[in-house]
Ligand binder design. Structure first.
Ligand SMILES: *[C@@H]1O[C@H](CO)[C@@H](O)[C@H](O)[C@H]1NC(C)=O
Ligand SMILES: *[C@@H]1O[C@H](CO)[C@@H](O)[C@H](O)[C@H]1NC(C)=O
Ligand SMILES: *[C@@H]1O[C@H](CO)[C@@H](O)[C@H](O)[C@H]1NC(C)=O
Ligand SMILES: *[C@@H]1O[C@H](CO)[C@@H](O)[C@H](O)[C@H]1NC(C)=O
Ligand SMILES: *[C@@H]1O[C@H](CO)[C@@H](O)[C@H](O)[C@H]1NC(C)=O
Ligand SMILES: *[C@@H]1O[C@H](CO)[C@@H](O)[C@H](O)[C@H]1NC(C)=O
Ligand SMILES: [Cu+2]
Length: 580
């Protein structure tokens, strides 16, 4: 094997044909070997966990309605599981992937084959490891083209590029999680932000380690498939002097929205069109952090990538080289821009005609989401690095989620556990907070002075077919920040967002053209309301996509019960489902 040469970055311009492949390829087979690869980043050589030696990993290409089969073989010492982010896994919850939720991880030397159908799904989705912080380097794109003969609801692009926003650590990300959890304090910043794995010229030793789009043709329109795979920060993305038109979010078409910069939280995807309408020269694309809480320091060095036109005229070449345009980033704390951006993401009208926003709500849930602080146990009192010498945790409705470790929730639910054994979960996850308080204001004003939570493995059970509404209410118990909440197994309509405490009497909900998403940034000091029809049986994880918050327990799971008949019943598990 020659990993370095074989996996040297290849910068290709994928020119997509005017119509999609016509042969009815219905099965896409991929072999994913989880293996170590050496990379040189930021002046250092380092072995990272990858799929097939690639960082980011291989793109899964498919067409709406295809069956996707991915055989994953674990050749590293870490436990591995992969999640297909945004794939609704209709009747295939066994293949969803979050470790200890739907499956035990694939242990060293073992394999597991993921199999699922892309029912009514198209657009940009992605895949990533879903165990500890392995997704730092184990992630890649899924590009799903519409069925043959179905056009995009926007001009067909001349070419398209996947651009994955990420964070890079020189230390092993899994051990950073472990040491952060031991300390009780906040996580360190990454050593670099990266675009398709490349920090770009603002970082040391990285002038050549920069993603590039070359030979851009003036007048042509390009499609950028943006994916935020970062662990702990939300981001702005921008291309100097060019406008970005958002046409799709989380794999669903949106009303075209033209802007100077986009905001993307971990877990989200955005398709944007760019028209090459500037004088031929070099332009930088860039990624910076959005810091929703000014008290949490963020890395302020942008990741940069190059956007270079073809046939650059002599007047655009200076003595130092080609004229280079730098982007003007929004400020890291520009919450007004973020909130405006979120409000402008709407469903595309024809999608609205096809897909119904649930109107009559059967299950009205109210979830407080936020951070907690636990007292340091006396053994470690001198080591706890959280505020006031405590230990950070996080919760939903004051329950800090704890994953089981002997069996997955889905296995325990589906197959039952042995008689007399202690159940690994309980079904008493509360529908609403036990205690009411002024959720968003900061201590010591009104929120409980007691910042502690209750640790547990609790699930909330939903009857098949119920129309569910969840008010996601941010709390200010320990600071307040934007939490990108991701639901597995469903896309949901984001029918409202606002500041302060949610008030059902004054909140305006958009039931006309809300966006259909799988991850939503719930604003710091505010709320979001989501709706979905629970018509896919299984155990579905709901969690913050800031990885440290999930580690701290900002998660819960739903059991969506089976309905009637085989079309509403989760089939039995696959024979090769990993064991703990
Ligand atoms: C990475 O480099 C080390 C030497 O620095 C070498 O021993 C190891 O085999 C390499 N790993 C891979 C996966 O190429
Ligand atoms: C955002 O940051 C800038 C520069 O650091 C500062 O001047 C400004 O007051 C901050 N704005 C808010 C809303 O915190
Ligand atoms: C909000 O978005 C609209 C629509 O793009 C734009 O016209 C307006 O300037 C934006 N406002 C702010 C405060 O960014
Ligand atoms: C929290 O503590 C502060 C300071 O001791 C006190 O003024 C306040 O009333 C307390 N709040 C609650 C809700 O108990
Ligand atoms: C959360 O649970 C802890 C532990 O039972 C309790 O002390 C605290 O008051 C609860 N807080 C809220 C807001 O319910
Ligand atoms: C891998 O998972 C198994 C089963 O949960 C567990 O017993 C083992 O300790 C894990 N190994 C590592 C390296 O985390
Ligand atoms: Cu969070």
């Amino acid at each position: 094997m020659e990993p370095l040469r074989r996996f040297a970055p290849i910068f290709v311009t994928l020119v997509v044909m005017q119509s999609f492949p016509s042969e009815a390829v219905t099965t896409r087979f991929y072999n994913f070997n989880v293996e170590l690869a050496n990379v040189t980043k930021l002046c250092q050589k380092k072995a990272i966990v990858t799929v097939n030696g690639l960082y980011p990993g291989p793109t899964v290409y498919a067409q709406e309605g295809d069956r996707v089969i991915v055989k994953v073989t674990n050749l590293v010492a870490h436990n591995v599981s992969l999640h297909w982010h945004g794939v609704r896994q209709v009747l295939s919850c066994w293949f969803d992937g979050p470790a200890y939720v739907t499956q035990c991880p694939i242990q060293a030397g073992e394999s597991f084959t993921y199999e699922f159908t892309l029912h009514e799904q198209k657009g940009t989705l992605w895949w990533h490891a879903h165990v500890h912080w392995l997704r730092a380097t184990v992630h890649g794109a899924m590009v799903i083209y519409p069925t043959t003969g179905t056009p995009y609801p926007f001009p067909f692009p001349h070419a398209e590029h996947v651009i994955i926003l990420g964070e890079f650590w020189l230390k092993d990300a899994v051990s950073i999680e472990a040491s952060t959890m031991r300390s009780g304090g906040g996580p360190p910043s990454p050593d670099a932000f990266v675009l398709n794995g490349h920090p770009g010229s603002s970082y040391p030793c990285s002038a050549q380690d920069m993603f590039s789009v070359m030979d851009v043709i003036p007048g042509r329109t390009y499609l950028l498939r943006l994916i935020n795979a970062a662990l702990n920060n939300e981001h702005f993305f921008i291309l100097a002097k060019h406008k970005l038109t958002v046409v799709e979010a989380d794999g669903e078409y949106t009303l075209p929205y033209t802007t100077d910069a986009v905001v993307i939280t971990p877990g989200q995807t955005l398709n944007v069109l760019v028209t090459a309408n500037q004088p031929p020269a070099d332009y930088l694309m860039g990624m910076t952090a959005y810091a929703s809480n000014p008290n949490i320091p963020v890395l302020t060095i942008p990741a940069l990538a190059l956007w270079r036109y073809e046939q650059i005229m002599p007047e655009h070449i200076e003595t130092g080289g080609i004229l280079l345009h730098r982007p003007l980033f929004p400020l890291n704390n520009d919450t007004a821009f973020v909130s405006n951006f979120s409000q402008n993401i709407r469903s595309f009208p024809t999608v609205y005609n096809h897909v119904k926003v649930p109107h009559n709500i059967d299950r009205n849930l109210f979830f407080t989401i936020g951070l907690n602080e636990e007292t340091c146990d006396t053994d470690h009192a001198s080591q706890c690095k959280g505020p006031n010498g405590g230990r950070f945790s996080a919760s939903i409705n004051n329950i800090t989620f704890q994953l089981p470790h002997t069996v997955s929730l889905l296995q325990a639910y589906h197959c039952g556990t042995k008689k007399d054994s202690i159940p690994i979960f309980t079904t008493n996850f509360p529908d609403k907070p036990v205690e009411k308080f002024d959720f968003v204001s900061a201590a010591p004003n009104d929120p409980p002075n007691n910042t502690q939570s209750l640790v547990g493995t609790r699930v909330n059970v939903i009857e098949f077919g119920a129309n569910v509404q969840i008010v996601l209410q941010n709390t200010g118990i320990i600071g307040s920040e934007n939490h990108p909440i991701h639901l597995h197994g469903y896309s949901f309509y984001v029918v409202g967002m606002g500041e302060g405490d949610y008030n059902p009497f004054t909140a305006t909900l958009n039931l006309r053209d809300p966006p259909l998403r799988n991850t939503i940034g719930v604003p710091a000091g505010g709320w979001a309301v989501i709706r979905f029809k629970a018509d896919n049986p299984g155990v579905w994880y709901l969690h913050c996509h800031l990885e440290i918050h999930t580690s701290w327990g900002l998660a819960m799971a739903f059991i969506v019960e089976n309905g009637v008949g085989s079309l509403q019943t989760l089939p039995p598990p696959p024979a090769d489902l990993p064991h703990c």
